[in-house]
Design a protein around this ligand. Structure first.
Ligand code: TLP
Length: 343
């Protein structure tokens, strides 16, 4: 059977032989005792890369976000996020279940909120009958908006607002690497506006598993406690940290190639009769598009029969994601198959 071209997510990548070698050779120790040398190396390396005091390796992006929110809030607090935020749609209601907090989703434009909108959502201090606003959460790049990059101007204005109202800021930076590579803005600069940052090795960087939380020493000390309480103490996890370290050292710059592939695919799709793509939102490795003639589910099923996997995200919308296991020839072949199925 011909090779499947899997564009469902950048999470589907398999570790390369070089990455597997790094995993095989990893020095390990018990990380619950903080004695895994590879984990410690990874945490130091990433803290430095993000310009923060400390970092903590965790199993997943969801856990990275949820531990961060737990540390930043108290029960009955409120977190302002964008209406299409991952923490709102795809984290199983965890803010309520794990931290006893609620989310206040704000409708941004293509995933981007401005300071004015956020200011309107901040609860007045004297309103004892309202929840207490505690955190502003921003996703960069914004997944459901199509890999859109948050403009630095907005981030700086939102930080000023957060300082004015004494609020904390959390960055869901699952794909912060993509934003940095696309804009040339260093990861450190993005991170500097936030109290806590989560980032994933298991997306475009190609590691099989693993995410990280970055912040101040005190913040990470508390995050370490919460990770253990939630069953995330991982013992000889250097085997996985080695994959993450390999990913972060070798696979950031090459994300540019994924972005170029996404642009080529999106451009070709935008010329097809029954597909609509807003090319302005195709800034990194994600394409959200609309199919006008048939239902998204039918489209993706027919396409799968031809060996191309793309996930529906709504009745008429789908998401295609490029990553390091998709070659240029896969993209050209996907374009042909999509053209045939959309007719
Ligand atoms: N996103 C997944 C799905 O959950 C949608 C994907 O395929 O893109 N933040 C952002 C912005 C994410 O996109 C994701 C994963 C996460 C957090 C959670 O990461 P994991 O899946 O490692 O828990």
């Amino acid at each position: 059977m011909a090779k499947l071209i899997d564009l469902r997510s950048d999470t589907v990548t398999k570790p390369s032989p070089e990455m597997r070698k790094a995993m095989y050779e990893a020095e390990v120790g018990d990380d619950v005792y903080k004695e895994d040398p590879t984990v410690n190396k990874l945490q130091e390396y990433v803290a430095e890369l993000f310009g923060k005091e400390a970092s903590l390796f965790v199993p997943s992006g969801v856990m990275a976000n949820q531990i961060s929110l737990k540390v930043l809030t108290s029960p009955a607090d409120e977190i302002i996020c964008e209406k299409d935020a991952h923490i709102f749609h795809y984290e199983s209601g965890s803010p309520a279940a794990l931290s006893g907090v609620q989310l206040y989703p704000v409708a941004g434009e293509n995933g981007i909120m401005n300071a004015e909108q956020i200011e309107d959502a901040i609860r007045p201090k004297e309103a004892y009958y309202m929840p207490r606003t505690k955190v502003i959460e921003i996703e960069n790049t914004h997944n459901r908006a199509g890999g859109v990059i948050q403009p630095l101007k907005n981030i700086t204005e939102i930080r000023k607002l957060a300082d004015k109202y004494k609020l904390k800021m959390h960055l869901d930076g699952a794909r912060i690497w993509n934003a940095s590579v696309a804009t040339g803005i260093p990861i450190k600069e993005y991170a500097s506006y936030f109290d806590s940052v989560s980032a994933c090795f298991s997306k475009g960087l190609g590691a099989p598993v693993g995410s990280i939380i970055v912040g101040s020493k005190d913040f990470i000390k508390e995050a370490f406690r919460v990770r253990k309480a939630w069953g995330g103490g991982m013992r000889q996890v250097g085997i996985l940290a080695a994959a993450a370290l390999f990913a972060v050292k070798n696979n950031i710059e090459r994300l540019k190639e994924d972005h170029e592939k996404a642009r080529q695919l999106a451009r070709a799709m935008s010329e097809m009769k029954n597909i609509e793509v807003n090319l302005e939102t195709v800034q990194t490795n994600i394409i959200i598009f609309k199919i006008t003639k048939i239902k998204a589910g039918t489209f993706s099923k027919k396409l799968a029969e031809k060996g191309v996997l793309i996930s529906p995200t709504g009745k008429n919308t789908l998401r295609a994601v490029t990553h390091l296991d998709v070659s240029y020839s896969d993209i050209y072949s996907a374009i042909e198959k999509i053209e045939e199925v959309q007719k």
